[in-house]
Design a protein around this ligand. Structure first.
Ligand code: FE2
Ligand code: FE2
Length: 297
């Protein structure tokens, strides 16, 4: 039974806390509307692509669309776990997190409808085995565990899978390849604008993940740090396979894309997050908030 409220007690809201700083940023930068983005030039640019470019583009977009749906559906158990612990500031930020994921689903959907029309084919065949392994199995499994057993080890495994791997490595590498396709070729201005906004949102999500994982390590010690390392390493193999599997289908890649470049980029993202987690290790809450804020763009 509830006996008091944080906001009416002397504790009040901790406005200096890292989650409240992220909350302020989300209120300022997360309020854009995907429906305001004009995809009409994108629809024209789509018509000018050759068959290989179209296939490659829609494969990438399908992976983003399904991925945004997955992270929207799978986040709730983490929010529940945080709310049950009474961490009001973190839950306030997480309401923006979930709302933003829903907007990303919305935006990719608007883009797909604009370029393919509403009579498009089923897109599931663009989601290959390693993609399925992560988004059908690892991600929902890791998050759903929090419904029944939200202990610190399960929480860091969920956050590593969601924030460090799916958002920090896979989505970041996906944006990089998308930029290579559209920015370098000066096409799809609507999509470019959308992905720019989305990247900003995602930087706050990843920053929260760095904060959450580091807080749990600081509070619980080596057992939780070992779980962080183990989960990072466990998820790395299917992640690299996911990046590889799309490229294996083609002898020559469209848009002048290069697999080695993406492998190196994904590895760089992985190492960047690992270094940041190591840097935040053994620091107090205020200090690790500073490290986590380095993620925010
Ligand atoms: Fe997203
Ligand atoms: Fe996200």
């Amino acid at each position: 039974m509830r006996t008091s409220f944080q906001t009416t007690s002397e504790r009040r809201l901790d406005r200096d806390s890292f989650p409240m700083k992220l909350w302020e940023k989300a209120k300022k930068y997360g309020i854009w509307n995907p429906a305001d983005i004009d995809f009409s030039q994108d629809a024209k640019d789509w018509q000018s692509l050759n068959d290989l470019e179209k296939e490659y583009m829609i494969r990438t977009i399908s992976q983003f669309q399904a991925g945004e749906e997955a992270v929207t559906l799978d986040l709730l158990p983490l929010i529940m776990a945080i709310a049950q612990e009474g961490r009001l500031e973190e839950e306030m930020f997480l309401t923006t997190f979930l709302w933003e994921e829903a907007k990303h689903v919305d935006g990719f959907n608007l883009y797909i409808d604009a370029v393919l029309g509403s009579s498009r084919e089923d897109l599931h065949h663009w989601l290959l085995p390693a993609y399925q392994e992560i988004f059908y199995k690892h991600l929902p499994e890791a998050l759903n565990k929090l419904k029944t057993d939200p202990n610190a080890v399960n929480m860091v495994r969920a956050s590593v899978t969601y924030n460090m791997i799916v958002e920090g490595v896979l989505a970041e590498t996906g944006y990089y390849s998308l930029y290579k396709m559209i920015e370098a070729n000066n096409i799809m201005p609507g999509l470019l604008k959308f992905v720019g906004k989305l990247k900003q949102d995602e930087s706050r999500h990843i920053a929260y993940g760095i904060y959450l994982i580091s807080r749990l390590v600081a509070e619980n010690g080596d057992e939780v740090w070992d779980a962080v390392q183990d989960q990072m390493n466990l998820m790395m193999a299917p992640s690299m396979r996911l990046i590889q599997e799309s490229y294996d289908l083609y002898d020559v890649l469209p848009f002048g894309l290069n697999l080695d470049e993406f492998n190196a980029y994904a590895m760089g993202q992985f190492q960047k997050r690992f270094k940041r987690l190591e840097k935040a290790r053994n620091q107090n809450l205020a200090e690790l908030g500073v490290v986590a804020m380095e993620e925010v763009i």
